[in-house]
Structure formats: structure tokens, C-alpha cells
Design a protein around this ligand. Structure first.
Ligand code: PBG
Length: 332
């Protein structure tokens, strides 16, 4: 084409007009990330007195109970919308006994945080056994060594009750067992925890992007989770089936995980879901940007905000991100 098409009587469209000043760009922005959209995932380690650095996640630590409270204060002060907690116990066993023990590391953390902050923030619990089992799987094993779906549901039900009792506002069913949302909902209701919400990880892909997280929780996993997490080659249809099941079972929110490599899935889920949709920007998504930024290959803050904006634009109303505090401070 040599000439611009011009309709008679109309001026030539010039999209650059609205890009000319920062004020025009701000006025015409469709997507914005608010600090309150962000949830900070945090790790708390049993019997530790000092925060311990996680080498594959620069800037992220395994907290002691004391440093957790201080860091939670900082996050709330920055305007972050919620906190998602993971426990790192000192001893593990085949059934993950530490998970539903009221004095287990995670439940102690919820008691402390709820006493400190009340309803000022949203306290979310990772409801999964992998941090607590000596074999590192998300469930209990049968005699053949396979993850036993229904035996695991009984453990999740008990874990959900313990977390609600300890003060979690939301429990995040992340183990990808069939029927886990229904099992946890029934258990919570039977114990009177009618107001404890369920954030269902659906879909959750068996992803290599979880690599740094394994260090963060001192994972003992050998092998992989492909018999319960979704195969990352197959995509959207199965994701929608998971969402439909979880919503039918009583999920109050659903989450897509990981985020950036699965934005197409997030878009489809966001369009179909009758409940709010979250996305989890996982450890590997964080680590790869941090590593490149450390080498001076990427501008850390710009890339951070660009990824979060992309996730929001693809349909997430809530984003779990290890950058929650830094991003909230930039966005205020
Ligand atoms: C399971 C769980 C995992 C993550 C969150 N919840 C690990 C896994 O499924 O293997 C990964 C989060 C991340 O990589 O940041 N408890």
C-alpha cells in the first residue's frame, strides 16, 4: 500500500495522539494493577530464630515466627491485599502429621498472625501435604507407592479444619486430588467454619517453573507430580473441566498456576468462571527475571510491572506474586 486509506470527510486516524503525554496515556489505560490485588506468598520455618535466605529466589526468605510477623506488617503497610502462607516443618512423616497438628509450624503462624492482624488482611493457607510428607508428595501413598486420592481427602479435610481453627480466612486447595474442594467444604461446614473460603487451584499444571519453590520448602520429592497435576502439554479443555468441578464442589475462587506461561488458559478461565479468578506467578517466573536483572540484562522493575499487568489483562482479579511488596510500593 502506498497511500493511507482516507474516508472522505474523515481525518486520518492517528493512534499516537493518545500516546503523546503521560496524562493521556494514564487516562486511556484499560488495565491497572492495584496493590490490593496482590497476595504475598510467605514461608515460615519451624524452630528457626532468624530468616534464612532462599538462594534460588533472591530477596525471599524462610521466616521465623517472629520475622514473619514483622514482614507481614511491612506487606500490609505497603497495601498488599493478602498473605499466602507455606510451612517448612522440622520433621516430616508418611502422612504429613505436622499439617493438621495445632502446634505444627503453619497453624502456629496463623494463630500468631490472626491475633496480630485480625481481619485487617486476608490470611490464606496452602492446603497441601507436600511440605509435611517425608516422600514429598501432595498426598498419602498406597501400598504400591501411588498417591491415594481418597485417603488424601481425609487428610485434607483435617488440615482444612486445623487451618480454619488457627485463623486462616481462606484455604487454598493445591494438591490436585479429585473431590478435594467438596471434601474440605463438607469438613469446614460440619465444624461450623461456614465463613472460611476455599481458593481452588484449578487448573494447576505440572510445571518446571516450580523449581525454586522446592528449595523454598526444603522439598523431599523424588520423581514428579504428573499423576495428579495437569500435564503441561495439554491445555485448556481440561482446565475448564477442573474449574467446573471445583465450582460445583463449592470453590469460592479459582486460581490458574503458573501465570505467565499460561495466560491463554487464564483468559479462557476468566471468561468462563462464575467466581473470582486468581493467578499464581510462581517461583520460577520470579527467579528468571531476578537472575536476568542481576546480570543487567533486564530492567527489573519495568519487567515486574509488565508481567503483573499482563496477568491482570488476561483476566486475573488477584495475583499471587513474590514481588507483592515491591510492586505495591511502586504502584501506590
Ligand atoms: C504445593 C505447591 C507448590 C507451589 C505452591 N503450592 C509446589 C508444587 O506443586 O510442586 C509452587 C509455588 C511456586 O513455585 O512458587 N504445596
Amino acid at each position: 500500500m502506498t497511500e493511507l486509506p482516507v474516508l472522505p470527510g474523515f481525518p486520518v486516524s492517528r493512534p499516537r495522539r493518545l500516546r503523546a503525554t503521560a496524562a493521556l496515556r494514564r487516562l486511556t489505560a484499560e488495565t491497572s494493577v492495584r496493590p490490593a490485588d496482590l497476595v504475598l506468598p510467605m514461608f515460615v520455618r519451624e524452630a528457626s530464630t532468624e530468616p534464612i535466605a532462599i538462594s534460588s529466589m533472591p530477596g525471599v526468605v524462610q521466616h521465623s515466627q517472629e520475622s514473619l510477623i514483622k514482614a507481614a506488617h511491612d506487606a500490609i503497610e505497603a497495601g498488599v491485599g493478602g498473605l499466602m502462607l507455606f510451612g517448612v516443618p522440622t520433621s516430616k512423616d508418611a502422612i504429613g502429621s505436622g499439617a493438621d497438628d495445632p502446634d505444627g509450624v503453619l497453624n502456629v503462624a496463623f494463630r500468631n498472625l490472626r491475633a496480630e492482624f485480625g481481619d485487617e488482611t486476608v490470611l490464606m493457607a496452602d492446603l497441601c501435604l507436600d511440605e509435611f510428607t517425608d516422600h514429598g508428595h501432595c498426598g498419602v501413598l498406597d501400598e504400591a507407592g501411588a498417591v491415594d486420592n481418597d485417603a488424601t481427602l481425609l487428610r485434607y479435610a483435617s488440615m482444612g479444619i486445623a487451618q480454619a481453627r488457627a485463623g486462616a480466612h481462606v484455604v487454598g486447595t493445591s494438591g490436585m486430588m479429585d473431590g478435594q474442594v467438596a471434601a474440605v467444604r463438607a469438613a469446614l461446614d460440619a465444624e461450623g467454619f461456614l465463613d472460611t473460603a476455599i481458593l481452588a487451584y484449578a487448573p494447576k499444571y505440572a510445571s518446571a517453573f516450580y523449581g525454586p519453590f522446592r528449595e523454598a520448602v526444603d522439598s523431599s520429592l523424588q520423581g514428579d507430580r504428573k499423576s495428579y497435576q495437569q500435564d503441561n502439554q495439554r491445555s485448556t479443555r481440561e482446565a475448564l473441566a477442573e474449574v467446573a468441578l471445583d465450582v460445583a464442589e463449592g470453590a469460592d475462587m479459582v486460581m490458574v498456576k503458573p501465570a505467565l506461561p499460561y495466560l491463554d488458559v487464564l483468559r479462557v478461565v476468566a471468561d468462563a468462571s462464575p467466581v473470582p479468578v486468581a493467578a499464581y506467578q510462581v517461583s520460577g517466573e520470579y527467579a528468571m527475571v531476578e537472575a536476568a536483572a542481576e546480570r543487567g540484562w533486564l530492567e527489573r522493575e519495568r519487567v515486574m510491572l509488565e508481567t503483573l499487568t499482563s496477568i491482570k489483562r488476561a483476566g486475573a482479579s488477584t495475583i499471587l506474586t513474590y514481588w507483592a511488596v515491591d510492586a505495591a510500593r511502586l504502584l501506590r
